[in-house]
Design a protein around this ligand. Structure first.
Ligand code: HEC
Length: 141
């Protein structure tokens, strides 16, 4: 029994020696092939950058300042003058048609909550305008 264990240990040492010799041999072969010489280190080849194309032309259309067109009508100027300082007037058209009372609340909210600073006279005109064109009964498009 004791002999058997000793043989097993010997076999293990032999296996490790063979592995170590193999690894050292492989490393030596790599060195001989020149992969690890200082001459080659750090010379990873990259593809050349694509040369800039100087023949390209670029065009930019005019910047859209007033999208969309709101319905024509009394108070439209006041809307443009007061409702575009913070966001687009698209905020009006992207709402579902709001009931008349909701537009009063909206304009009041812009003034009181967000500090739009719209005069009472302009606010009244804007509310009338919105009620005349953007409620479920009055909205055309
Ligand atoms: C002082 C800046 C300011 C002004 C001026 C302003 N708004 Fe607003 N408005 C906001 C802010 C802030 C929001 C909410 C945040 C967001 O959605 O961008 C908003 C949102 C809205 C909305 C979306 C619904 C809601 O309540 O969030 C509507 C509709 C709207 N505004 C309409 C108007 C109208 C009509 C006017 C002109 C009477 C106006 N706004 C003027 C700041 C302003």
């Amino acid at each position: 029994m004791k002999n058997f264990t000793t043989n097993k240990a010997k076999l293990r040492i032999l296996a490790m020696a063979i592995l170590a010799a193999g690894a050292a041999g492989a490393l030596f072969a790599e060195l001989k092939a020149g992969y690890y010489t200082s001459k080659d280190s750090g010379s990873i080849q990259q593809t050349l950058p694509t040369p800039a194309d100087t023949s390209s032309t670029y065009e930019a259309g005019s910047y859209v300042l007033q999208a969309p067109d709101l319905a024509e009508g009394e108070g439209l100027n006041e809307v443009y003058a007061n409702c575009m300082t913070c966001h687009s007037v698209r905020y009006i058209t992207m709402q579902p048609p709001l009931p008349a009372a909701a537009w009063v609340t909206e304009v009041t909210k812009m003034n009181k909550v967000y500090g739009a600073g719209i005069s009472d006279g302009d606010a009244q005109k804007i509310i009338h305008y919105l009620q005349a064109h953007y409620t479920p009964e009055t909205r055309k498009k």
